[in-house]
Structure formats: structure tokens, C-alpha cells
Design a protein around this ligand. Structure first.
Ligand code: C2E
Ligand code: MG
Ligand code: MG
Length: 268
């Protein structure tokens, strides 16, 4: 039974505003005993606003059964070598739901630490196999993590994931350590621009020039460009002017429970 999340019309997500203190016992409950729940946030095409994809975002059941943002838990799982287990449980659940998403491209967040094991590629493919969906329906958003090595092992695992058909997105681009070097040296198919970079570019000429160049560079190299964290009409207009491919954010659609996302795509 998935606990109800309060919010507008019972469907909106306010979990990101309630970061839970991460505890090892709740992390284990999430991984081993069904306490991990995927939410889904639509990605829309710039221009038409049609839903063209979706990102799965983990929600963790807390002691009082409310659902919380996973940020603290992801960090804990990375520190305690439980991140692969969490990701594989999440991927299995996401793929089960994605069967009802009419062939939409579905993004799953992946810690770069998981790329340190080549076997991770096969394990991820095995996790989604029971759904019957092809790996090519999934895009793996490689998140920004301070301690990621991004060495030869990561390159080999990413190459294996691409060979299986997965798309690879560089998440949080322009924030933290996600930068042009990574785009240049690793087989990414998409770049996801961090909202902090977008906000800075709206305020400051240098950041704006940098963002314009990055979007052009990505496009010239055949990468899809997605803008995330779009909260205002001004941000949307700026992304339209920049001609990114897709956008995602509270202005468009919030993360929501799987059944609400199914209803949303039925109506749109
Ligand atoms: P992310 O992948 O960059 O996801 C975007 C985050 O911004 C999500 O927070 C989402 O709920 C939130 N968001 C979406 N639109 C807006 C907006 O317009 N404004 C604002 N302020 N926020 C918005 P969430 O769900 O709390 O996730 C935080 C991070 O945790 C994610 O950032 C991702 O790095 C990580 N994460 C989430 N699920 C997973 C997972 O299954 N596995 C792994 N490894 N990491 C995950
Ligand atoms: Mg992401
Ligand atoms: Mg991001």
C-alpha cells in the first residue's frame, strides 16, 4: 500500500520540501522491504508542451509512513556501498510501472559510483527485463556526486550500457562537477541543465554566454538538451529562446504517484 502524499488535488509532490533525516534502518527497509516508491515527473517538448518523457524519482517511506525525498538516503547508500542495491530495486519497480506509459522514454537516476563495476550494466538490464521493455526505452541520468572517479572503469561501464541500448544523460550539468570534460570524454546521449545554471544565466551576461555555448556545443554533437527545475514563465521563455529540446519542472508538472502519472498521460 503506497501512502498518500498530501498536495494539490492529492497528486502534487511536496516531498522535496521535506528532506528526511536518513537512517540506515529506513534505508534497509527501502531496499529490502518495499519502502522504496518511484514517483514520476513528466518531461515536455519545448514548443508544444506535449509530454515526451518521464523521470522516475525515488521516494522513501519514513517511520510514520509518509514519503520523503531520497537525497539524504542516496548519500547514505553511496557511503555504505548500498547504492547499487537501491538502484536495482528502483529500476525493477520503475520498469514495472513504465509498461503502462505508452512507450514514453523513461529516465532512471544512477549514481556515478555504480559505474565503477562493469557487471552493473548487465545487472541493470536484468532488473528491467521482467517488464519486457527494451533497454532503449530507458535513459540513465548520471547524477553529480563529489567522490565520483569518472575513470576508465566508468567509461567501460557506460560503453556497455550504451551497447545494451540505454541512453545516457549527464544530470546536473553546470552545477558541481558535471562539466564539458565529462561530455567530451564519455558516451553521453543527453545533457540535463541544472536549474542553478539556468538561474545564473538569466541574471548574468557571462553565465548566459556560457549556457548558450554549451547548448550549441551539445546540439552540434548530437546530444539532446533537457532543462530541469523550470519554475517560472521567465525560465520557460528563456529555454524556448535557447531552443533546448525538452523541459521539466514545477511550472509544467510536479513529480507524482504512478497512478496519477498514468491519468495525466491518458488526458494529454
Ligand atoms: P535530480 O535527478 O536532479 O532531480 C531533480 C530534483 O528536483 C528532484 O528532487 C525533483 O523532485 C526536483 N524538482 C523537479 N522540478 C522542480 C522544480 O521546478 N523546482 C524545484 N525546486 N525542484 C524540482 P528529488 O526528487 O528530491 O531528488 C533529488 C535528487 O536525488 C535527484 O536530483 C537525484 O540526484 C537523486 N535521486 C532521486 N531519485 C533517485 C534514484 O532513484 N537513484 C539515485 N541514484 N538518485 C536519485
Ligand atoms: Mg535526474
Ligand atoms: Mg538534476
Amino acid at each position: 500500500m503506497i501512502p498518500n502524499v498530501p498536495g494539490i488535488g492529492g497528486t502534487a509532490d511536496d516531498t522535496a520540501r521535506r528532506p528526511a533525516p536518513a537512517s540506515s534502518s529506513l534505508l534497509e527497509a527501502a531496499i529490502e522491504r518495499g519502502g522504496l516508491h518511484p514517483f514520476f515527473q513528466a518531461k515536455v517538448a519545448i514548443g508544444t508542451r506535449a509530454i515526451v518523457g518521464v523521470e522516475a524519482l525515488a521516494r522513501i517511506a519514513s517511520a510514520n509512513q509518509s514519503l520523503a525525498s531520497p537525497a539524504g538516503y542516496i548519500e547514505l547508500a553511496e557511503r555504505t556501498q548500498r547504492i547499487d542495491a537501491l538502484t536495482l530495486v528502483m529500476a525493477r519497480a520503475v520498469a514495472t510501472h513504465a509498461v503502462a506509459f505508452n512507450g514514453l522514454s523513461c529516465a532512471i537516476n544512477i549514481s556515478p559510483l555504480s559505474l565503477e563495476r562493469l557487471e552493473f550494466a548487465g545487472e541493470l538490464a536484468a532488473a528491467i527485463a521482467p517488464s519486457g521493455l527494451p533497454c532503449s526505452q530507458f535513459v540513465l541520468e548520471i547524477t553529480d556526486t563529489r567522490n565520483a572517479d569518472y575513470g576508465l572503469k566508468a567509461f567501460e561501464t557506460m560503453t556497455a550500457l550504451r551497447a545494451l541500448g540505454f541512453g545516457l544523460s549527464l544530470d546536473d550539468f553546470g552545477a558541481g562537477a558535471s562539466n564539458i570534460d565529462r561530455l567530451r570524454n564519455y558516451p553521453f546521449t543527453e545533457v540535463k541543465i541544472d536549474p542553478a545554471f539556468i538561474r545564473l544565466a538569466m541574471d548574468e551576461a557571462f553565465a548566459k554566454a556560457a549556457l548558450v555555448s554549451c547548448v550549441r556545443l551539445a546540439r552540434d554533437h548530437g546530444l539532446k538538451v533537457v532543462a530541469e527545475g523550470i519554475e517560472t514563465a521567465q525560465m520557460w521563455d528563456f529555454m524556448t529562446w535557447l531552443r533546448v529540446d525538452e523541459a521539466q519542472g514545477y511550472l509544467l508538472h510536479r513529480p507524482m504517484q504512478p497512478q496519477d502519472f498514468r491519468e495525466l498521460i491518458k488526458k494529454s
